[in-house]
Design a protein around this ligand. Structure first.
Ligand code: EPZ
Length: 420
């Protein structure tokens, strides 16, 4: 197992190319189950979660090959409509195969995702939506079994705006008989890019980019070539790292439009920011100011940067409030940050940060992907050396993070360890 050994106190400066979005690729890959043939997804990040989805699709008969961020998938020979527990337990996004399978093959057996590091993450909206389209859903031995001779278009309102459920139901509705109207659908860029890929495959979808989607079912779809959007969460993580270290960074191959809410908060904290169509330049030559955030669905502040922002606020002299409205108990990073000397008071879904105190290096443990990112950021500003354990969490969602940080002047090493 790997750990990171990090020496704090180095200013981050330079250019970094942002990878394709993990959550973009994970939304698009299951779409190949909707139509036989060969697909090519450019700008696919080389990440553990992409490998997990490739293995899952592979177990169904999809040949997947990732070469230099080019993902080739051949879905001509689907032989199984089952997503086994061994895959789904590794990654919740595996559940996104349910909609395409039942829509195309009329049957699917998909393991329920099970627990998550930071608390309950139900899939009731996925199931309710498919039932609305006429699927018969039962839960047997920890598996969702879905059956439908032919899905039928229907109206479905999402009680909560859900990225995963929107993707699942939207994919299913593309092959349903008749028209589906989805309201309060998620509008995250990863869902918009999936919708655009489905239209390229021959689907009929109106209202893309809005929370109201009208999908006219078609008899069949066809394979396409497409490209994964840049990773807005990776981009935000690097911008925050530069701001925390008083650095100067230029992000290449990113989409500033997807980060508008985060860029505004960074400016409020004292950063100077310049953007062009696919580049962001950030310079921080002031002491950061404390800035509160409240997470929400897109285009608000994403919950996936909450932990990184909290780490940043440890540097800002004064009090700041971090509220997570999407995952109310997504604060597993807090006890670990306290090991570095952080002063954080947790009250339900709110962290109250007393920032400005110098952190000191220590050994800390990652619990999930974004929590591990916040521990790495805090270690970059801590005095002396820190060790971040269980970095397999970070490898799920960041491509070559230690190489990219080193190229910007960080002192970080990946080291094998027996410590688990
Ligand atoms: C996606 O997860 C992302 N994952 C998550 O990123 C991200 O945190 C989340 O969206 C919110 O933005 C991927 O794209 C692979 P949701 P997803 O369904 O689809 C509730 C990361 O770090 N809900 O939008 O699982 C749910 O509990 C990961 O990259 C129901 O109640 O999230 C949550 O409170 C972590 N019932 C809210 O909706 C349901 O059936 C939003 O969840 C589904 C969701």
């Amino acid at each position: 197992m790997d750990k990171f050994v990090i020496e704090g106190g180095h200013r981050l400066c330079g250019r970094v190319k942002i990878s394709g979005a993990k959550n973009g690729s994970l939304a698009m890959m299951p779409a190949v189950l909707l139509a036989p043939g060969v697909y090519h997804l450019k700008n696919t990040p080389n990440l553990r979660d992409v490998w997990t989805m490739s293995r899952l699709l592979g177990s169904m008969g999809v040949f997947c090959e990732l070469n230099d961020n080019n993902l080739f998938m051949d879905a001509s020979q689907i032989k199984s409509y089952e997503a086994p527990y061994e895959h789904v337990k590794m990654m919740r996004a595996s559940f996104y195969v349910l909609g395409p399978l039942v829509a195309r093959y009329g049957t699917a057996k998909v393991s329920l995702p099970g627990g998550c590091a930071w608390g309950p993450r139900p899939v009731d909206l996925h199931l309710k939506g498919l039932e609305k389209l006429g699927a018969e859903i039962s839960i047997e031995n920890g598996y969702v079994v879905a059956k439908a001779e032919k899905l039928k278009g229907a109206k479905f309102h999402f009680d909560i705006s859900s990225v995963g459920a929107t993707g699942n139901i939207m994919m299913a509705a593309t092959l349903a008989q008749g028209t589906t109207l989805l309201t309060n659908a998620a509008i995250e860029p990863e869902i918009t890019s999936l919708a655009r890929m489905l239209v390229k495959m021959g689907a009929k979808i109106e209202g893309i980019g809005t929370s109201q989607l009208i999908i006219d079912g078609v008899a069949e779809l066809h394979p396409v070539d497409d490209e994964t959007i840049p990773d807005r969460i990776e981009a935000a993580t690097f911008l925050i790292a530069a701001a925390m270290t008083g650095g100067r960074i230029e992000l290449e191959h990113t989409n500033p439009y997807h980060l508008a809410s985060v860029l505004q908060k960074l400016e409020e904290s004292g950063c100077n920011i310049d953007v062009t169509s696919d580049n962001i330049l950030l310079e921080m030559d002031n002491e950061p100011k404390p800035v509160d955030i409240t997470t929400s669905v897109y285009p608000g502040i994403p919950t996936d940067i909450q932990a990184q922002w909290l780490a940043f606020m440890l540097k800002a002299n004064g009090i700041s409030k971090i509220i997570d409205t999407i995952y109310t108990d997504r604060f597993k990073h807090v006890p670990e940050l306290r090991r570095l000397g952080a002063n954080i008071d947790l009250q339900e879904n709110t962290a109250i940060v007393q920032g400005g105190k110098q952190l000191s290096g220590a050994t800390v443990m990652s619990s999930d992907l974004r929590a591990s990112a916040s521990l790495i950021l805090a270690a970059l500003i801590a005095e002396g050396q820190s060790e971040v354990l269980r970095v397999y969490h970070i490898d799920r969602g960041y491509e070559n993070i230690e190489k990219k940080l080193t190229s910007l002047g960080a002192v970080i090493k990946r080291v094998k360890t027996d410590l688990i």
